[in-house]
Design a protein around this ligand. Structure first.
Ligand code: GDP
Length: 146
């Protein structure tokens, strides 16, 4: 095909949150990523410690919901994953839907599965720079097999 392709293969960091692992939704959520053309090139199920959850969400430390968010994120296992594909950061945000499930478009993960604005089933990096940092938080280069 001719023309300038402004899309690029990217990587982004996804987390399937405790509300979703608790309800056994990992496979259904991963099917939505794969169905939209994102490849899961690294995956790791783990229980975050309080300190790890605080560090991951440090950018939100001053927000009124920070304490609740950290408590929620340590309430059960999470699945951290690297997703790869064309425009992966934005594409993953589209697949996830809006933070508040009441505002999420039909067909998105959060519209389908989120319980609340806090227990909203998935995290996704919001920019390529954040993605690189967040991938490094969970994975070493040797863990990622593009
Ligand atoms: P995201 O990028 O769509 O995940 O949204 P943000 O970066 O703004 O917020 C990070 C996470 O904090 C969200 O995914 C929610 O789990 C939680 N969160 C955001 N806003 C609120 C809020 O108003 N109340 C509560 N309790 N949690 C929130």
């Amino acid at each position: 095909m001719q023309g300038i392709n402004i899309m690029a293969t990217q990587r982004t960091l996804s987390i399937i949150k405790p509300d979703a692992t608790r309800r056994n939704l990992t496979g259904q959520i991963n099917a939505m990523f794969e169905g939209a053309g994102l490849r899961i090139i690294a995956t790791r199920r783990l229980q975050l410690t309080q300190a790890q959850a605080e560090a991951f969400y440090a950018v939100h430390a001053e927000r009124p919901f920070f304490k609740d968010l950290v408590s929620f994120m340590v309430s059960g296992p999470v699945v951290a994953q690297v997703l790869e594909g064309e425009d992966a950061v934005l594409k993953n945000r589209e697949i996830m839907g809006a933070t508040d499930p009441k505002k999420a478009d039909a067909g998105t993960i959060r519209a389908a599965f989120a319980e609340s604005i806090e227990a909203n089933s998935v995290h996704g990096s919001d920019a390529p720079e954040a993605a690189a940092e967040e991938i490094g938080f969970f994975f070493a280069g040797i863990d990622i097999t593009g």
